[in-house]
Design a protein around this ligand. Sequence first.
Ligand SMILES: Cc1cc2nc3c(=O)[nH]c(=O)nc-3n(C[C@H](O)[C@H](O)[C@H](O)COP(=O)(O)O)c2cc1C
Length: 448
Amino acid sequence: MQSSEQSESRRQLLKWLAASPLLAFPGLAGLAAQTPARAPQKLPDPMLWAPADLQDLITKPGDAINVFDFEPVARRNVPPAHFGYMASGIDDEVTLRANREGFLKFQLRPRRLVDVSKVDMSVDILGARYATPIVVAPIGGHRAYHEGGEAAVARAARAGNHLMILSTQSTTSPEDVMAARGGPIWYQLYATNKWEVTRAFLARAERAGCPVVAVTVDRNGGRNQETLFRLQRTDTRTCSACHDRSSLTATYDGRPMYEGVDLSGLSNIQSSAMTWDTIKRIRDTTRMKVVLKGILAHEDAELAVKAGVDAIVVSNHGARSEDSGRATIDALPEIVEQVRGRMPVLVDSGFRRGTDIAKALCLGATAVCVGRPYYLGPGRVRPARRRAGARPVAHGAPRHHAAGWRAVDQTPRAGHGAPGLTAWTEETRKDAICRADWGFSSPSYWWP
Ligand SMILES: Cc1cc2nc3c(=O)[nH]c(=O)nc-3n(C[C@H](O)[C@H](O)[C@H](O)COP(=O)(O)O)c2cc1C
C-alpha cells in the first residue's frame, strides 16, 4: 500500500515529466490528470500512449476513430435528460459493464495464410439477404435526438443494406420509414397487457408491409434508471413543455403507432401478463413472421422453437431490463447449442467492435443488432456549449447517421479477417473461437 506522500510525489513526477520538453507527449499529461488521489502502485503495462482526450472531441463524423468517439460529443450536445435516457442501464449498471467485459472471456483462434482480401459478410435472415450481419436494433424516440428521426436512420440502413427493426415507440410512421429504407423493415412490438392494443399494433405493422414482428419479451415491469434520474436533475429545461405525462394517452400522443389506439385501462405499456399463450395468439393473429426479442435462457429458446417462433434475439435490452450482470455473449453459447440451427439466433447488447461481432458469429449467432452507437450520432447541437472553433458533429442527419454507420460498418471488415474466415460457414467458424482460460482485465481496470 502506498502512503499519501508517495502518491503525491508520483503525481508531481508525472506533472513534471509531462511539462518536460524532452518528454513532450500528451499521454503523460492525460495520465497526470487522471492520477487518482490514491495513486496506482505501478504504471500500466502496456502504457497508454494515446488515451482519449475528453477536451478534444471530434468535430465531424469522419474524424471518428471508433464508435466510442461519438459518446462524449453526444453528452455535450444532447440535453442531459435525453442523454441520460440513452446512456442508462439500470441500478448499479453491472450488466452494462458486463456486456462489454463479457467479450474478453472469448478469444479468436485465427487461421493464417488464408486470403481474406475479399470477404463475404452477407447473411440471410428469414429469407432476405443483407450485406452485413449488422442489424439496426429498435430504439424508441429518434426525434428526441435529431429531427431526421427514424427516416434518417432508415436512409443510412438503406445505404449499407442493413436490416432495420422499427420500435413501437417510433416517432416516424412505419410507412415513412419503410419508404426511406426502400424495402421491408421489421416491426418491434410492445404488446402491453391489453389484447386490443396488441392487435391494433399488429394490424398497423402488417398493413404497412412489415414481414416480421419482433415481440419484446423482456419488459414486464418498471425499471430503476439511476443515471437517467441523476442527469434529469441537472437538466434546466422544463420537461413538461415537451412531454405531457399527465396520462398514458397524453404520453403517446403523436407517436404514429398509437394513432387511433385506445389505451384506456392501461397504466403502462409493459407486458407483465405476457405468457407463451400470448405468443400463440400473436402467431394466430398475424401473417408476419414472429421473432422473440429478449431470450436469455436455453429453456426459453427450446420453448420458442416448440411454439413455432421464427427466430430469437438474445438480448438484455442493452442492460436495461435487469441488472444481474450477465452479458449476452455469455448467454449465447447455451442458446445456440439448444437451438441447433432450427431457427436464426440474433444477439445484441454491448456490441461495439468488429471482433465483438466476429466472436458472436463464431459462437453461432446469425447476426448482431446494434443500438446506442447509431443513436449516439445525431445529437442536437447546443451552440452555447460549443468549444471555441469547434464545429458540431451533429449537422445533417442522413450524412451523420451514415457516418455513424460507417464507423460501425468498418469494424466487422477488420473483425472478419481476424479469425481468417472469408465467409461465415458452420464448419469453419466453430474452430475460430475459444474460451479464455486466463484471468482477464479490461483496459479500464489497469489502474489499481
Ligand atoms: C435509448 C434506448 C431505447 C430503446 N428502445 C427500445 C424499444 O423501443 N424497443 C425495444 O425492443 N428495445 C429497445 N431498446 C433496446 C435495443 O433494441 C437493444 O436491445 C439495445 O440497445 C442493444 O444494446 P446496445 O445499445 O448496447 O447496442 C432501447 C435501447 C436504448 C438504449
